[in-house]
Design a protein around this ligand. Structure first.
Ligand SMILES: *Cc1c(COP(=O)(O)O)cnc(C)c1O
Length: 239
């Protein structure tokens, strides 16, 4: 193996061990939790190595970087997740390679995603990004809709051609009442998820937890964790 592949394999094994332990501690099956590796700022060659090591879900947060990377890896059976704040002028590009958009947080974005998905003849899975620190009616600083806005977006997604409502996503808030309380934040997300599933039973994805707090997310019941630095190494800048 190349040095980089050896390094990625070791990091992946460590993350795998953390997820497995967290599942065991929570009395959950390991197969209940899907690892999504966040490859932002890292090259397509790393995505290839990760694929060789068994990774099947990758995530990106900027279309400028993601579009060429996805094109360079189009021959691989990978599921691409878009997890960044999404401007409507990038939607057409994102809809051409993303399988899941995890950062749906406003009505206008749903309308553009729907148009783009239909035009591309693709079905996009959509997660509503929840900002647990946002006041009702507002969006969070890192994107996301306040909890009170979930129902309205879910209803729009359910009706939108080309889109499929898959569940909820959050990033643990850095400020507000949940700052430093990841477990409580993720438990709140799970509560919101069970409320959503009462009306939309198929929307059972819960995406929460990153390198620093994946254990708390698994304990709370997350179905998907998004891990970047613990697999790929420290990013040069916050990306
Ligand atoms: C970068 C990023 C991650 C991964 O964060 P790490 O701390 O590197 O594991 C997860 N989710 C989102 C939305 C991100 O932007």
């Amino acid at each position: 193996m190349t040095d980089r592949k050896t390094e990625l394999a070791a990091n992946l094994a460590q993350v795998e061990e953390r997820i497995a332990s967290a599942c065991a501690a929570a009395g959950r099956e390991r197969s209940d939790v899907t690892l999504i590796v966040v490859t932002k700022t890292y090259p397509a060659s790393d995505v290839r190595l990760l694929h060789e090591l068994g990774v099947r879900h990758v995530a990106e947060n900027r279309d400028q970087d993601a579009a060429p990377k996805a094109a360079a890896c189009a021959d691989l059976d990978l599921s691409w997740h878009f997890v960044g704040q999404l401007q409507t002028n990038k939607v057409r590009s994102v809809a051409s390679y993303a399988d899941t958009v995890q950062s749906v947080d406003r009505a206008r974005l749903i309308a553009s995603l729907s148009t783009a998905a239909v035009r591309a003849e693709r079905e996009l899975g959509c997660l509503i990004q929840v900002a647990l620190d946002a006041e009702s009616g507002e969006r969070g600083e890192r994107g996301g809709v306040a909890p009170g806005g979930i129902g309205e977006l879910a209803a729009l997604l359910e009706k939108a051609p080309g889109l499929r409502l898959d569940g909820l996503m959050t990033v643990a808030p850095l400020a507000g009442g949940y700052a430093g309380r990841q477990r409580a934040a993720f438990e709140r997300l799970l509560e919101l998820s069970s409320r959503l599933r009462a009306d939309h039973p198929a929307a059972n994805m819960v995406s929460a937890g990153m390198s620093a707090d994946l254990e708390e997310a698994v304990a709370a019941g997350a179905t998907h964790v998004r891990v970047g630095t613990a697999v790929l190494g420290d990013r040069p800048r916050l990306g």
